[in-house]
Design a protein around this ligand. Structure first.
Ligand SMILES: [Zn+2]
Length: 316
């Protein structure tokens, strides 16, 4: 039997675990509740036992598990394997999670943030296959990102590299959760697009969205397809902000491919086609030469696949 790795994608409400081989192929996946309200010790205990359950369920002897990668939605000291804080799980104190997991399991463990592991998953086994230099952008409740160059994740000093959602688009714009104003996330995330639609409704502009009880991006794209002016405006603004960020990223980093994922990307061609056009208009000719803009392929499996990839890539 070839070696196997476990990837874990820890979220605020659930954790996804997968057993993968050296090519990132999933042998089995599991989803379990995080139960964050029970505290850090309890969550770590569940991570430890669910990984062992996954090994049993795939008839993998524990000594044949070569390592475990964990993606975490927090501020991390990646090199030392420490969670500095993880607000949406209520972890406000430092937790040396890597040491605790390695002690329990007796095998190598690596951690990274959730956006980075999702980007690595796509780069390794999804929409990034075939190129070495990719930028992943996830358009969901917020805007996340990951940079992979020469096949390696770029972390920067404290792992903040790739936080494309906090590139400033409009310094006078709407306040962002990060404390700044007018970040990409305030315009091009699902939350941002819904807010822009609601602002237009509140200002009295006519739109079919005014009759929708709880607006989401699916409805905004549908209304835009039907030429609703407010929906078209919101969509154009979101796409233009994203294209502006991608233009800057191209001049700085010159990726071969942008991979667009997250809930908003379910709009598919209705998002990608106008995004390609806006990007082409905004981006310097040499910086955009041969650049592809594509949809993510792995959905919510990207996180655990990439987490496993922290250790498994390039191994046999
Ligand atoms: Zn921000």
């Amino acid at each position: 039997m070839g070696k196997r790795w476990i990837g874990i994608d820890l979220g605020g409400t659930s954790m996804k675990l997968g057993m993968v081989d050296h090519k990132g192929k999933t042998l089995m996946e599991m989803e379990k509740p995080t139960l964050a309200e029970e505290g850090a010790d309890s969550v770590i205990g569940r991570i430890i036992s669910h990984a062992r359950e996954l090994a049993e369920a795939t008839e993998t002897r524990w000594e044949d598990v070569a390592g475990v990668g964990v993606g975490l939605p927090g501020f991390l000291d990646i090199k030392n394997g420490v969670v500095k804080h993880m607000t949406n799980l209520g972890w406000n104190d430092e937790v040396p999670i890597r040491a605790r997991l390695e002690e329990a399991w007796g095998i190598p463990v690596k951690i990274d943030n959730d956006a980075n592991v999702a980007a690595l998953g796509e780069a390794w086994c999804g929409a990034g296959v075939g190129v070495d230099d990719v930028v992943c952008i996830t358009l969901g409740t917020g805007v996340g990102g990951g940079l992979i160059f020469d096949g390696q994740l770029i972390h920067g000093q404290y792992g903040f590299a790739g936080e494309v959602g906090h590139m400033t688009i409009d310094p006078q714009g709407h306040p962002c959760n990060c404390g700044m104003r007018g970040c990409l996330e305030t315009i091009s995330s699902a939350t941002g697009m819904v807010r822009l639609a609601k602002e237009a409704i509140a200002s009295g502009r006519k739109t079919v969205l005014a009759d929708v009880p709880s607006i989401n991006t699916k409805e905004i794209f549908a209304a835009a397809a039907a030429q609703d002016e407010v929906a078209l405006h919101v969509k154009e603004k979101a796409i233009d902000a994203l294209a502006q960020a991608m233009s800057t990223l191209s001049v700085l980093l010159n990726p071969a491919r942008f991979i667009i994922g997250g809930g908003v990307s379910h709009a598919g061609d209705a998002l990608i086609q106008p995004l390609r056009e806006a990007y082409a208009k905004r981006t310097q000719r040499n910086a955009r030469q041969g650049v592809e803009i594509v949809l993510a392929q792995l959905g919510n499996r990207a996180g655990y696949i990439g987490a496993a990839g922290l250790l498994a890539r390039g191994k046999k």
